[in-house]
Design a protein around this ligand. Sequence first.
Ligand SMILES: CC(C)(COP(=O)(O)OP(=O)(O)OC[C@H]1O[C@@H](n2cnc3c(N)ncnc32)[C@H](O)[C@@H]1OP(=O)(O)O)[C@@H](O)C(=O)NCCC(=O)NCCS
Length: 332
Amino acid sequence: MIGVTNGRTVGITGLGVHVPDRVLTNDELSTLVDTSDEWIIERTGIRERRIAADEEALTDIALPAARAALAQAGLEGKDIDYLVCATVTPDMMFPTASALLADTLGSTEAAAYDLLAGCTGFVYAIAQAAAMVSSGLSQRALVVGGDVLSKILDWTDRSTLVLFGDGAGAVVLEPVEQGGFLGFELGADGGGGEHLWLPGSGSRKFPDNGQAYVKMNGREVFKFATRVMIHSAERILEACGRTVEDVDVYVPHQANVRIIDYAAKKLGIPKEKIVINVDRYGNTSSGSIPLALADAERDGLLETGKLVLMTGMGAGLTWGSALIEWTEMRAR
Ligand SMILES: CC(C)(COP(=O)(O)OP(=O)(O)OC[C@H]1O[C@@H](n2cnc3c(N)ncnc32)[C@H](O)[C@@H]1OP(=O)(O)O)[C@@H](O)C(=O)NCCC(=O)NCCS
């Protein structure tokens, strides 16, 4: 799907993030599996990641992020009429994480549902929320993206264990006077799905499957990732009548610094425009892009009028890009 927005202009008016306290370093990981700090840094750029405590579930880390996003927008939970939570690690299949969050936040008027699109979930979710607000069906939407992938990793499998971390982010979407989302490009290829999958996690039976763990063919995912990161960005820029030179801030999914470097080089995006925090958080799936947006904000990159390109990719396989002209975020 590719589309240029043509209704009410919609922007991000609040942003919040949260990560668990526990920091897990590469050195600690090397006491669990046969790996090393040197290997992980060289192949992925990751130095450490955050890991949820045993009793911590997705909504525990998503809630502070949601509250911070609402506070920045100067809103309360009751002001939200649409809440979508992108995650592959909800507290349970139902009630959904979004329904639980809506209840705790007091969003009694909100439609609330979870969205499953792997690490691309956040981009899919902001596309849906932007369309709902743009059309006038929703007035104020809260989009949450987050995962606690540590709960579905095989802690004896070094090929996946070193890559992922836990974290969440949230954004408020509202009509804005100027700027806002320009368009979205979203795609999926189920044919490549088994390169990154969680067999045994649903209604399909798998022989000898006990607990379901993430399984991945790293080389195939690497090839897929570099291809779609470039293609998706080029397509959305062209559809919106913009060029790579127009991009002020590039916020790629934080999976691996080599994937980001490769895509940015091929696209021709200079280093100073790229947001990278995979070294501190690893791949936090649906939390990755909002966590990177928060770093961009902290570093003063998200000024009004700046053109921000976000591209995600992940399980499904899925990918997606969003192009937004930034608007000022502040409490009313
Ligand atoms: C996983 C990934 C980092 C592996 O890097 P790579 O350069 O492709 O490495 P390879 O898979 O070719 O493995 C190289 C060697 O390192 C070994 N290896 C794999 N994981 C290792 C680890 N954690 N520590 C040490 N060695 C490891 C392999 O067994 C292999 O050994 P061999 O040559 O003796 O067979 C890389 O393929 C990748 O990032 N893929 C994309 C994954 C991703 O982003 N997934 C999420 C998408 S949302």
